[in-house]
Design a protein around this ligand. Sequence first.
Ligand code: FNR
Length: 384
Amino acid sequence: MKRAVNIEDLRRRARSRLPRVVFDYLDGAAEDEITLTANRRGFQSIQLVPRILGGGTADLSTQILGHRYAAPFLIGPTGLNGIYWPQGDLHLARAAADAGVGFALSTASNMSMEAISAQVDGPKWFQLYPWGKPDFSKSLLDRARAAGYSALIITLDSLVGGKRERDLRHGFSHEIRMSAPVVLDGLMHPGWLASVWLGRSRPRFENLVAFLGDGASDKELADFTRSQRNPHFSWEDVRRIRRQWDGPLLIKGVMCAEDALRARQEGADGVIISNHGGRQLDGAPATISVLEEIAGCLDDGATVLLDGGIRRGSDVVKALALGAQGVLLGRATLYGLAAGGYDGVARALSMLADEMQRTMIFTGCGSTDDLGPHNIARPCRERD
Ligand code: FNR
């Protein structure tokens, strides 16, 4: 794992270890994948102002929702992490805790929230999908609170699923169907086949087992997940959940000032600017391109986080300079997980921290509090 020097190296290793159907689920996005590309281009088009004699070290630590983290990135919520590596959720959560950064567990995780909290001490958030009837979310929230999850994310950009064409071609929808091409591909990836597919337990949606009983198969749980989508979920439901959850609450999927202000009015503590890594509305702008406007319209007490396309430590610096308090990692740490389990995730986190540290020194920032719009290189006309 030490020979991987950047996130793209981990991505390449993930691609060679995983069968195509699994890699495409992780790597792919909606329709023409324009937004997936836009997220990366958005960061690449921003330039930083180099400063000379910027010292030899920088403090990456940051306060988010009242907790001091070692760095301003956390591992964001992703479902089906067990299809890359056995106990994938646990490796992500452990690596985050060991690095002193946060971790958010998805509703669609492959290990239950109770199992994760029993084995990982670090601060943990729970992500709720707007699925099912009110008693469905109430039961998940009660469990998350009892299991010690400190903050809640509601993801609101997914009332319907994005059209992910790589998955459609493979016939993949929350579970791997054993067609002849999939079996053949699996046989050509024996490391993955032995550990994940023939391993002790097949990945299934463990948070949802409580609704169907312990005997539920991975297929029954995947069918249940699809049946729970609730396209009628509304701001009234957000108010209900606000009443049911007394800890910090963030709305994920916000991409414009109007929705950010509304989220705040309805009692959210903040927003996560996200286009779901380009997996929902293709043609949505890069998250970094809407950050300044959204952060600028919110009050000082609001928490503003961002995700989408973070692959370099300098991306984190750019997001903080433009008004985010922190960022969430999606594919960056998943590539690490798929490439090498815990070691791969730890490697992804340490690469990003190292790159961020260097970038801060090169831009003359000794701490994350020093970051601001002055770090962004703009044409002279805009600076006037
Ligand atoms: C996701 N994402 C996601 N979001 C969420 O709120 N709940 C979930 O269960 C999932 N599942 C999921 C699976 C996979 C494979 C991916 C790639 C993404 C979206 C995720 O939290 C985040 O918004 C994006 O991944 C950020 O973009 P990058 O960093 O992957 O480019």
